[in-house]
Design a protein. Structure first.
Length: 402
């Protein structure tokens, strides 16, 4: 186990409101006054600590949330954005020029995959998709144009664990930036301590936890965050994905319960995964002995938060998966919906988008079946009752006939 406790860092992050409120005041302004024109000119020349210019650049509420996220990821600095995708695109576009290349894990979030495969080539940025579990494949894909290695700490949808310490050795040897999307494993994995250079989150998922807004963040060095927010050349400033300050305020409040939620999500997912396996189902969960990533996750994770709230269940074929999801919803297990990290259980089929790059026979070897159902296990206190409903749904679609 890795010894770091992000929750203790956040526990010590106290900010007062304008009138001594226990929550910081929410910025209700897009623009900020200056005492004199000289000060304003100075601000355009270089940032002045504690001074605000315009809310697309920085606003006090977003700064509070960013500082708290820097605590979570043990980074020097952070910047929040209006979605996880904007955090990813800003980080990438800040680093890459036309002609540059990225090496990416082929098992990544569908939106990121589409950005890399369909959109970045329009800008002359090429992405090479590799099996991140194969360090040799990463090494082989590096050439003189490579700038970034990109992966997810816990991958989608089979929950494979990225060997961040080893991948970072390769990145450092070739002077590349290692960007890790840590959306699936906030608080339980701290990629920057394991050698990553930049961490991305979709705050939309676990960190906010209430599925009521989209938001994202980039955590990294002061230098990189300053580049991103630079008035004349920063991607977050110029592409403009500013998070609304009211949302930043509500996400900050939810961040303070993240440690409790992650523990409960993990506990419930471990229970469901174990019981599903007992029933003879094919289930992927990094906390199970049957999962190949368990030893690595055990080595990399911070103690006390478990193996996360995500699991994947193989229903065999697409049709069974579809009817199973309908039954799960009808039986009130949760919602047939994309996304994750909500207090209720969410389920969807990972689809064919991210897997299409992988040759069919290798998909089979990996266990990537058309019948895969991805579940984000919720916070139900009576998880036994929820599991009975899952079992009923499995019976209804004929998955428990032996
Ligand atoms: C959802 C998600 C994203 C994208 O975040 P949005 O907030 O939807 O823009 C990126 N990476 C992962 C792993 C995700 O789950």
């Amino acid at each position: 186990m890795h010894h770091f406790d992000p929750s203790t860092e956040i526990q010590d992050y106290l900010v007062f409101g304008e009138y001594g409120g226990v929550n910081p005041s929410i910025t209700d302004s897009s623009t900020y006054t200056f005492l004199n024109p000289e000060k304003m000119k100075e601000m355009f020349d270089h940032e002045i600590e504690g001074c605000f210019l315009y809310s697309r650049h920085w606003n006090p509420t977003n700064k509070y949330l960013s500082d708290a996220l820097a605590k979570l990821e043990d980074s020097e600095a952070a910047i929040v954005t209006a979605s996880g995708m904007s955090a990813i695109s800003c980080a990438i576009l800040q680093i890459c020029n036309t002609g540059d290349e990225i090496i990416s894990s082929r098992t990544i979030y569908g939106g990121t995959y589409a950005l890399f495969k369909n959109f970045l080539p329009r800008l002359g940025i090429k992405v090479n998709f590799v099996n991140e579990q194969d360090l040799g494949a990463i090494e082989n894909a590096i050439n003189s144009n490579t700038k970034i290695i990109y992966c997810e700490a816990v991958s989608n949808p089979l929950l494979e664990i990225a060997d961040i310490p080893e991948i970072s050795k390769t990145a450092n040897a070739h002077n590349l930036k290692l960007i890790v999307d840590n959306t699936f494993s906030p608080i339980s994995i701290t990629p920057l301590q394991l050698g990553a250079h930049i961490v991305i989150h979709s705050l939309t998922k676990y960190i906010n936890g209430t599925s009521d807004c989209t938001a994202g963040c980039v955590c990294s060095t002061k230098e990189f965050i300053s580049e991103l927010t630079h008035i004349n050349s920063g991607a977050s400033m110029l592409l403009g994905p500013a998070l609304d300050s009211y949302r930043a305020a509500s996400i900050l409040k939810n961040l303070h319960t993240l440690h409790i939620r992650v523990k409960k999500h993990s506990e419930n997912a471990m229970y469901v995964a174990t019981e599903l396996e007992k029933l003879g189902c094919k289930v992927f969960y990094p906390g199970l002995d049957s999962h190949s990533g368990k030893p690595l996750m055990t080595e990399l994770m911070n103690e006390g938060f478990g193996y996360g709230g995500m699991l994947a269940l193989d229903a065999g074929d697409e049709k069974t998966a579809d009817t199973l999801m309908e039954r799960l919803q009808a039986n009130k297990v949760g919602y047939l919906a994309v996304s994750l990290g909500y207090f209720k259980t969410l389920f969807s089929s990972p689809g064919h988008s991210t897997s299409s790059e992988i040759p069919k026979e290798e998909q089979e070897k990996m266990g990537l079946s058309e019948g895969l159902v991805r579940m984000s296990i919720g916070l139900d206190n009576n998880i036994e009752k929820t599991f009975e409903r899952i079992k009923l749904s499995l019976e209804e679609v004929g998955m428990l006939v032996f």
